[in-house]
Structure formats: structure tokens, C-alpha cells
Design a protein around this ligand. Structure first.
Ligand SMILES: Cc1cc2nc3c(=O)[nH]c(=O)nc-3n(C[C@H](O)[C@H](O)[C@H](O)COP(=O)(O)O)c2cc1C
Length: 365
């Protein structure tokens, strides 16, 4: 058993989940982390939307909300990291406790509510580390009390334009009332049009361009998926991130926290988010990149996500249960798999099982 599982995890699990997270951030900031063996295999490198990802495994938004540790994260073997969600003004989020571990299920429930230091504080941190390189995306959101959600996303693009390698418009957090309504056909059309206009304006004034991705929920019915697919293929957009946390509570062993309000992530989200990913892949075709997120906690689940139709992957909850070397282990595992199956490049895995995944029904909803 690893040092993490024998000693660190039990110690961290004695603490409330948010405290343990704070401590992990502090350790990363101080350069205290377990040694990680990185895999630098060219077969893992992927070029997408003008960026060269050294490997397909990214850290999902929410872990490093305030851009405090992007370089420490990249040193753990992640091919890219995503800071945020960031809102224009700082906000404290929901009352604590607001994060719950479900160890029996390897799951997490959170209702953080976009607690973050706001644009200005995060921008200063990102400007200070910009020369270090590595791919750092910025996930933008809206203040809870904003009277104009779309204007908050426009402000995000403007503020971080010089420092973000890519942007994610997060319209799928379940913890900001009304936010997910932006996924509806007319609202989404308006959002993407306004963000396209803002991007064009910024490209004109700076002569640089930045990719824009949209992060969606896994709790979508057929009609909602049709609408999103229609809008994202008819408006300028560089990719989708599928998915955020779910409101569903299917098949959980944990009884203590299962009824806590918030979004569920980790292993219990894997199947649902992977099915939705495959069903969206069928709808949008092969060209628009998808970052697959939800329940990845091993090389096997990472490979399944790619096979379902993802071009890149991200994870968060898996690291809580498996430890800080999870990205490095996944990359090593993907290389082993490619060697065994004689696969020449990781991109060859993408979409090989889309139809099988798309035809599955979530265990129950
Ligand atoms: C505590 C916590 C906070 C999160 N905060 C954000 C956030 O601010 N913005 C966002 O887009 N996603 C956020 N997420 C969702 C993750 O980015 C990811 O989409 C989701 O957890 C599924 O991946 P996982 O199963 O690997 O954790 C958060 C997740 C957790 C567990």
C-alpha cells in the first residue's frame, strides 16, 4: 500500500473535508509533496485548439480555485490545470460544512457555491507565474448576486485574456441558483454570441486569440442535449467539458451524507457523465473537442473516458481518494495499455467505444 494510503489519507480523513483540502493546498504551496515519477512519452502529447498538451490528464476546476498552486500541480504530472471558478467579485460561498466525503463510494458531495477571491487576486497570481509556461486554463463563473450573469462571463474573458491559455465558461454548477438555466437553448445562444463578440473585440485589440470551452452538467434529458448540441455547433466555440457534478444520488452506499444538498462527484458520477459524453459526441460529431470529466480514478477509467469520445480528460475527486500521484499513475497506465495493444498514439483511443457508451442507460435516474 502506498505511503499516501497508509499514512496521509487516514490523517487527512480525520479532518473535515474542506480543512483537509486547505492543508493540501498549503503543502503544495510550500513544495511539500510526495515524489512523483513523470511519464514523458511523445505518444501522450496532444495538439488541440492551438495548444500542445504534454499529456491528456488535467486537473479539473475547483481544486485550485484561486490560482494558488498551478505550478505545483503541473509538477505532479498533470498535462494541464484549470483554475477557478472565478467570479468578478470575491464571494464567500455557502455556509460550512459544504463538502462531504463518501469513502464507501469514493465520492464527494459539495455545495461550495463559488467561494473564491475574485478576479483581481487571481489575476495577480497568474501574472506572477506566467513566464513559467505550462497550460493553465481559467474557469469563469458569475457572482451569485449578479444582476447580469452573461456580463460576468464577459468580464472574465476581458480580465484574464493575457494570462489564460484557454477559458472555460462554467454554466453547470448546481450551487449557484439559476446558473444552469444558461444551458437552455435561447440563453445559451445569447451567451455564446456575446462571448464571441467579446472575443473578437479582444482579438482585434491584442492580436492574440484564446480558445473558449463550455462546461455542461450531466443532468440533461434528450431534448436538452439536442438543444445544446445544436447551439454549440452553430456558434463559435472550441470545445465542451463534460461534465460537472450531478444532482442525482443513485446507488450510493453512504447513508450519512447522501441527502446533503449539492453536486455529487467521484466514482458514482463516472457512468452517468461518460454516457452523457458519448451521447453528446454522437450529436456533435468528431470535430469539436471534448474534455471528459467525472469519476476518473485509475488508468482504466481514464481510458474508458477517452474511448467514450473524450480528447482530453480531467479529474478532481479521484485525487482525494487515490493521492497526489494519480495523474502520473494514469499516464504510466495509458502508456502500458498502448504498448500492450500496439496503439501508436493516445488520440487513437478517442471515440473507439462511443456507440457502446451512448447506448447504455444510467443505472437509474
Ligand atoms: C469540492 C469541489 C469543488 C468544485 N468546484 C468547481 C468549480 O468551482 N467550478 C467547476 O467548473 N467545477 C467545480 N467542481 C467540479 C469538478 O471540476 C468536476 O467537474 C467534477 O467534480 C467531476 O469530476 P471528478 O469526479 O473527477 O471530481 C468542483 C468539484 C468539487 C468536488
Amino acid at each position: 500500500m502506498s505511503l499516501f494510503k497508509r499514512i496521509l489519507r487516514p490523517a487527512l480523513f480525520h479532518l473535515d473535508a474542506e480543512r483537509a483540502h486547505k492543508l493540501s493546498l498549503l503543502a503544495l504551496k510550500r513544495g511539500l509533496s510526495l515524489p512523483v515519477i513523470q511519464t514523458n512519452d511523445q505518444r501522450l502529447a496532444i495538439s488541440l485548439f492551438g495548444l500542445k498538451f504534454p499529456n491528456p490528464v488535467g486537473l479539473a476546476a475547483g481544486f485550485d480555485k484561486n490560482a494558488e498552486v498551478p505550478d505545483a500541480i503541473l509538477r505532479l504530472g498533470f498535462g494541464f490545470t484549470e483554475v477557478g471558478s472565478l467570479t468578478p467579485r470575491p464571494q464567500s460561498g455557502n455556509p460550512k460544512p459544504r463538502v462531504f466525503r463518501l469513502p464507501e463510494d469514493s465520492g464527494v458531495i459539495n455545495r461550495m457555491g463559488f467561494n473564491n477571491d475574485g478576479h483581481t487576486a487571481a489575476l495577480a497570481r497568474l501574472e506572477a507565474r506566467k513566464s513559467r509556461g505550462g497550460i493553465v486554463g481559467v474557469n469563469i463563473g458569475a457572482n451569485k448576486d449578479s444582476d447580469n450573469f452573461i456580463a460576468d462571463y464577459e468580464l472574465g474573458l476581458e480580465k484574464f485574456w493575457q494570462v489564460a491559455d484557454y477559458f472555460t465558461a462554467n454554466i453547470s454548477s448546481p450551487n449557484t441558483p439559476g446558473l444552469r438555466d444558461l444551458q437552455a437553448r435561447d440563453s445559451l445562444t445569447e451567451l455564446l454570441k456575446r462571448l464571441a463578440d467579446k472575443r473578437n473585440e479582444l482579438i482585434d485589440t491584442t492580436q492574440i486569440s484564446r480558445p473558449l470551452l463550455l462546461k455542461i452538467a450531466p443532468d440533461l434529458d434528450e431534448n436538452q442535449m439536442d438543444d445544446i448540441a445544436h447551439v454549440v455547433t452553430s456558434q463559435p466555440l472550441d470545445g465542451l467539458i463534460i461534465s460537472n457534478t450531478t444532482l442525482a444520488r443513485d446507488n450510493l452506499k453512504n447513508t450519512k451524507y447522501r441527502d446533503e444538498a449539492g453536486g455529487l462527484s467521484g466514482r458514482p458520477l463516472f457512468e452517468k457523465s461518460t454516457i452523457i459524453l458519448a451521447q453528446m459526441r454522437q450529436r456533435i460529431g468528431k470535430d469539436l473537442p471534448i474534455i471528459g470529466v467525472g469519476g476518473i480514478d485509475s488508468a482504466a477509467s481514464a481510458i474508458q473516458k477517452l474511448e467514450a469520445g473524450a480528447n482530453l480528460i480531467q479529474l478532481y475527486s479521484g485525487m482525494v481518494f487515490q493521492g497526489p500521484d494519480l495523474a502520473a499513475k494514469i499516464n504510466a497506465g495509458i502508456v502500458t495499455h498502448m504498448n500492450q495493444k500496439n496503439i501508436s498514439h493516445v488520440s487513437r483511443l478517442t471515440g473507439t467505444s462511443t456507440d457502446e457508451w451512448a447506448s447504455k442507460k444510467p443505472i437509474s435516474t
